[in-house]
Design a binder for this molecule. Structure first.
Ligand SMILES: Cc1ncc(COP(=O)(O)O)c(C=O)c1O
Length: 411
């Protein structure tokens, strides 16, 4: 087909780039079909799998989904989300660690929907959005889809966050733009598994509060907590919310919450955008604009996903069951991560600072070549800009044990 004639509006014309994650995943599946599952390390997808390569689902969540009445499965949900879901999702996000702020929630299809709403409603056309240089690719996709751009800062210095690089980049953007959206994915960052420490949060928020002393500036911090339920204990993983209390009115915190990982409802498209605002008016303004965006983008979210979360948070027995089941998954993931990191240390394989979660990243010069060389040994990992993403979430402990030495050969 000729490329010379196009019907697409100019803003939507962009190069067609194949999806690296799904493409590499397909190659891994082909290898599994050819050589057998045991012979292949398929560490491509960001989903939790059991040791036999099956998606790990929380039984309580799935049982509940299967027994929902038609009216909860097939019906629309209210535009902003079911009211009991909007309360449950805040409980699920904060778990008793909600800081002193006005909060409201709007249901979105996954955390992805929350990010889209933040980008559309809290930045202007042409604005730059600040993210770390190791980032989940859809941040850029979403920004560009909406006529925004991303600016990155160097995430790491030694074994921690490069807070100085963050401050320098944020200062520049705050000087150049009236409003600045910053997206930080923590705890258990994709793709590195890093979690911003308490000391780093203190510095970040001290700095942002200082910047907000200029009343002409509007600073919006979005914390993407997609992996929060796989990052240490429930309390430790939420402790950082304490830094968001008593905000000035021109510093707004948004949270992107997802039911994909923590509740294994990946395809049910459940999530929420939650605000922490200085005033009730700002929280209501948030709710109004995000509900409007729901109407404009997808009308309303998946009722069944909302129903299940709301029911779990109403019934202590269900809640405890789901928590125990997740604990088993988390222990499996923690073991895989520990084994990978132990072996990496033994063979001298350098990784980005790692704390928790689904992924570990190995910085390297030519990730595409490293990934291609490893494919020949039936190890499939995702080449990123500047590194290779290995996903212990998707492979067994045994495979996590052998992978570091294999990777070390090529980096
Ligand atoms: C960093 C990060 N943020 C957000 C999401 C959102 O996922 P979902 O839209 O399925 O909730 C993901 C999923 O892979 C992710 O890795």
């Amino acid at each position: 087909m000729s490329n010379s004639f196009s019907m697409v509006a100019p803003h939507s014309k962009r190069p067609v780039v194949p999806d690296v994650i799904f493409g590499t995943g397909r190659e891994a599946q082909d290898a599994e079909a050819k050589y057998g599952f045991e012979k292949v390390i398929n560490s491509t997808l960001g989903v939790l799998m059991d040791d036999s390569g099956q998606l790990a689902f929380l039984p309580t969540v799935m049982e509940r989904l299967h027994t929902l009445p038609d009216s909860e499965l097939g019906a629309y949900a209210p535009i902003a989300g079911l009211p009991d879901y909007l309360s449950a999702v805040q409980d699920a996000c904060f778990r008793g660690h909600k800081p002193n702020a006005y909060s409201e929630a709007v249901a979105t299809p996954g955390g992805t929907g929350a990010i889209k709403h933040a980008v559309w409603n809290y930045t202007e056309m042409g604005d730059e959005i600040l993210i770390a240089n190791w980032y989940w690719a859809p941040y850029k996709t979403i920004a560009e889809e909406h006529g925004r751009r991303v600016r990155t800062f160097d995430y790491f210095k030694g074994d921690g966050m490069n807070v100085d690089a963050f401050k320098a980049a944020a200062s520049e953007l705050i000087a150049a733009q009236e409003r600045v959206l910053i997206i930080l994915n923590t705890p258990a960052h994709n793709p590195t598994g890093y979690s911003i420490s308490d000391g780093e949060w203190q510095e970040i928020m001290g700095f942002l509060r200082e910047k907000a002393a200029d009343p002409s500036k509007k600073i919006i911090l979005m914390v993407d907590v997609a992996y929060i339920d796989f990052a240490g204990s429930i309390d430790a993983s939420r402790d950082f919310f304490k830094h968001f209390g008593d905000l000035p009115q021109n510093l707004l915190v948004l949270t992107a919450f997802s039911l994909s990982k923590g509740y294994t409802m990946y395809g049910m498209r459940g999530g929420a955008i939650i605000c922490l605002a200085a005033t009730q008016d700002l929280a209501m303004e948030f709710k109004d604009v995000c509900a409007y965006s729901n109407r404009a983008a997808w009308s309303n979210g998946t009722r069944a996903a909302m129903r299940v979360l709301a029911d779990i948070y109403k019934d202590p027995a269900l809640f405890n069951k789901a928590e125990e089941e997740r604990q088993v998954f988390k222990a499996m993931l923690d073991r895989r991560n520990a084994v990978f990191m132990e072996e990496a240390k033994k063979v001298g394989l350098e990784t980005c600072p790692f704390r928790d979660g689904f992924f570990i990243t190995i910085p390297c010069k030519d990730p595409a070549s490293v990934s291609n060389a490893l494919k020949k040994e039936n190890l499939f990992a995702i080449p990123l800009q500047g590194g290779l993403r290995f996903a212990p979430c998707a492979v067994s402990e045994e495979k996590c044990r052998v992978a570091p030495a294999m990777i070390k050969k090529y980096v």
